[in-house]
Design a protein around this ligand. Structure first.
Ligand code: UD1
Length: 419
């Protein structure tokens, strides 16, 4: 078990670079399967979820050459269309690889994906809409087997703008003569990044970033070099680290527009925010003000930032109300934070009332999921004394060197490999 040992109570000051986006990297890595050619990716974050995705690509037959944040993937030799169960279970976005394999081979077999326990996370929208574009699905006790002769032209409407289902459908529809329109599509910036990557390879994906995406099939895709977009969740985490420690932090290499709703909520807490083209500076107020917010699909408040922002509000002067509308288990981390003296009341599974406290106490904590782990680290930075956050494996799935970045800003975070 890996852990961070954090001596809290230090104000964070300075500048830090944001890494490439986890949630953009994963579908883009999947998309490299489709071309059967070489793809060169820059700004790929060095995180566990990327390592597992590269393992999946290799298990299918791809050649992968990785050098820090750059990777070259040659998918020419891929022949296998079965995603291994042991890797499938390691992350949720493994399911998106199915769409890419279907696009290239018109068949794929996989098992149910794993990932953080933040809710039920079914894949019904993926499968239901695969069927609508002509993919036949046979679910047996071992595998979900998908097959089609060709992808069919369809105008489909998603019941919910699921990020993963939108990406899977885009990927599956890239090759062929068909035209697929996805209505009520997710609008997240990572979907725009995926579409930009596919279009640079020669695909015809229109309307990404709006709720209607049109994919005109093409015959083939070509080699490509592409730089992954910045991670908006990491950028938000680092800014909140500045806010929760009464510090002043500037994050560089970020798209400020992608985090505008988070920035506006940070302003409501009293933080001073200065936005430049690719950077954001935050100066924390003497006392944080309480804020209410609800998570919704993009461009609303991101569920992935909810745990960190909720943690910030535990130290605001007054009462805040937070509603989580996307994942039902996303308040689990608060049970751990109770050990530090936070005051919360859960109204129902979706809503918590947070009564701000003056300070947090040191504690021994156990991370429960990726963003829960980040929240515990933020709380530890603000608490007086030494806090241990165990189960840092969750954090390493999605943050590149968070300990080093925080230490660069003046924190005292020690990473221990543990037993
Ligand atoms: C992606 C992000 C994740 C983020 C989430 C919402 C990646 C790798 N992960 O996850 O960080 O928190 O978007 O912004 O990009 N749902 C169904 N059936 C389905 C699919 C989804 O009911 O077939 C439900 C989910 O249980 C959840 C909601 O839809 O309640 C949103 O899920 P979705 O947008 O699909 O999230 P992911 O793609 O899993």
């Amino acid at each position: 078990m890996k852990r961070y040992i954090i001596k809290g109570g230090k104000r964070l000051f300075g500048e830090v670079d944001v890494s490439g986006s986890k949630n953009a990297s994963l579908p883009i890595l999947a998309a490299t399967i489709i071309s059967g050619k070489k793809s060169k990716l820059y700004n790929l974050p060095d995180i566990e979820d990327v390592r597992v995705t590269l393992e999946i690509l290799k298990s299918l037959g791809a050649k992968v050459k990785k050098d820090s944040n750059k990777v070259i993937i040659d998918s020419k030799c891929i022949r296998c269309t079965v995603i291994p169960d042991n890797l499938m279970r390691k992350l949720r976005s493994s399911v998106i690889i199915a769409g890419a394999i279907i696009a290239r081979f018109k068949e794929v077999s996989f098992t149910y994906p794993g990932g953080c326990d933040i809710g039920a996370r079914p894949i019904d929208l993926h499968l239901e809409n695969f069927k609508k574009i002509g993919i036949k699905i046979n679910e047996n006790c071992r595998y979900i087997e998908c097959k089609c002769d060709k992808i069919e032209s369809r105008n489909i409407v998603l019941d919910f703008p699921s990020v993963g289902a939108t990406e899977n459908l885009v990927l599956a529809s890239v090759i062929g003569n068909q035209e697929v329109v996805i209505n009520n599509a997710a609008k997240e910036p990572e979907i725009i990044d995926l579409a930009n990557f596919l279009n640079k390879m020669g695909a015809k994906v229109y309307g990404a970033g709006t709720n209607s995406i049109k994919i005109k099939g093409v015959n083939s895709l070509k080699e490509v070099s592409y730089k992954i977009m910045p991670d908006r969740i990491e950028a938000s985490t680092l800014l909140i680290a500045g806010a929760i420690t009464s510090g002043s932090v500037k994050v560089n290499k970020v798209n400020p527009e992608d985090i505008s709703v988070v920035l506006s909520k940070l302003k409501e807490t009293g933080c001073e925010i200065t936005v430049e083209k690719q950077s954001v500076k935050l100066i924390a107020p003497a006392k944080l003000r309480p804020v209410n917010f609800k998570t919704t699909p993009y461009p609303g408040f991101p569920t992935d930032v909810q745990p960190m922002f909720t943690t910030l509000l535990t130290l605001a002067k007054g009462t805040s109300i937070v509603t989580e509308n996307i994942f039902e288990n996303r308040f689990k981390f608060l049970q751990e934070l109770k050990r530090m003296g936070i005051k919360i009341t859960e109204i129902d599974g979706k809503t918590v009332v947070i009564k701000g406290v003056r300070k947090l106490h040191q504690a021994e904590l156990y991370a429960t999921d990726l963003r829960g782990a980040a929240s515990m680290i933020l709380a530890a930075l603000a608490a007086k004394g030494t806090t241990t956050v165990n189960n840092i494996e969750y954090l390493l799935r999605g943050y590149e060197c968070l300990d080093k970045k925080l230490n660069q800003l003046g924190a005292d975070v020690l990473r221990e490999e543990g037993d």
